[in-house]
Design a protein. Structure first.
Ligand SMILES: [Zn+2]
Length: 228
């Protein structure tokens, strides 16, 4: 309900901060600088073997990984993700993507990224939503890192995989074939920055990684806006 009311206010007054409803001033878009600065940033981009990286250990070889901020219920970070995913606020993805890009540009680990790749939606879901929220985040990151976005080579083949609580091997079997590459040679020898909106179990990112690793000598780093 609070989300809905907030959304209505923003529709009527587009020049107000999505979070605090204060007037936006010069240079501010969608979210004011004050609200942006108050997000619970992880700063994991500066640390290897951080909590995000560790989530992928034993699942696939990850170069580096980070999330921009900690996801907490009933906070600005949650509200912004919701606006990006379900309220058509695409520009929130670009804005937070730029913020993430600024962090990555200050880290030694993301200086050699060749391609920025969003977790793809199934075509049916893409048609329904009209955009891929992860691709919006990629656009923001690309603005800062000056690396190209490739949103067409990694594709989602299966819409809804059955999620089960099984062992590592069964889970691997279960996620195999959800994603695929149009042309493995495009990713060959490249350092791929795989991008999603939120990290929860990591199984979607793991399934993407399996597909990307079909490209010879591809390396993968992973970034998300939020860490749940
Ligand atoms: Zn604000």
């Amino acid at each position: 309900m609070a989300h809905l009311l907030q959304h209505l206010i923003h529709l009527i007054f587009p020049n107000l901060c999505l979070v605090c409803n204060e007037n936006l001033v010069g240079g501010e878009e969608s979210v004011c600088f004050s609200c942006l600065s108050k997000l619970p940033y992880t700063d994991f981009h500066l640390h290897s073997a951080n909590e995000v990286e560790k989530r992928f250990w034993g699942k696939f070889p990850v170069e580096h990984a980070t999330s921009l901020y900690h996801y907490k219920k009933a906070t600005a970070g949650q509200y912004l993700l919701h606006a990006l995913k379900y309220k058509g606020e695409k520009q929130v993805g670009t804005l937070l993507g730029r913020q993430l890009g600024l962090h990555l540009s200050q880290s030694p680990f993301y200086q050699d990224i060749d391609l920025i790749v969003p977790v793809p939606l199934h075509p049916k879901k893409y048609r329904k939503r009209g955009y891929n929220q992860s691709e919006c985040i990629c656009d923001g990151i690309a603005d800062v890192l000056q690396a190209p976005v490739d949103a067409t080579n990694l594709v989602r083949l299966i819409e809804n995989p059955t999620q089960t609580r099984k062992g590592v091997y069964e889970r691997w079997e279960n996620t195999k074939g959800i994603f695929g590459l149009v042309d493995a040679s495009v990713f060959a020898g490249k350092h791929i920055l795989l991008v999603d909106d939120v990290l929860t179990t990591g199984s979607t990112l793991e399934a993407c990684a399996q597909a990307i690793l079909e490209a010879p000598n591809a390396r993968i780093s992973v970034v998300t806006l939020a860490l749940a």
